[in-house]
Design a protein around this ligand. Sequence first.
Ligand code: THU
Length: 137
Amino acid sequence: MTTPEELVRLAKEARAKAYVPYSGFAVGAALLCKDGTIYQGCNIENAAFGPTICAERVAVFKAVYDGQRDFEAIAVAGGRAGEEITGLFPPCGVCRQVLREFCGLDFKLYLAREDEQFETRTLEQLLPMSFSPADMK
Ligand code: THU
């Protein structure tokens, strides 16, 4: 059983892979599937800026490509590349919406802070009154 602490550690580990020549802001994510598999992601930037993709979506898309669609939790960690995290890192709105495509309102997000600290939120807290696949029925 993966603990939140371990998932946060894996999100921080993933930051090392970030390709961030423009922002210098390295983000890592670790997505826990209900079967226990973990997918890591990092942000990957682009000279045209628009094609840049966030760490969370890299992790989700890697998982979905592998056939995974049931997710338990995600840990995210962001801060200046090459430095330790200095404060809370909250996921962007686009990533929250991408998570909502596959995750229930009780899906957990562990938001890394400085040192070994993190804060826990549900998807419902971070994306209230969300538009989801159920709303397309
Ligand atoms: N970024 C993420 O990877 N995840 C988020 O949720 C917010 C922002 C990245 C995108 C860009 O490479 C850098 O952080 C600065 O915005």
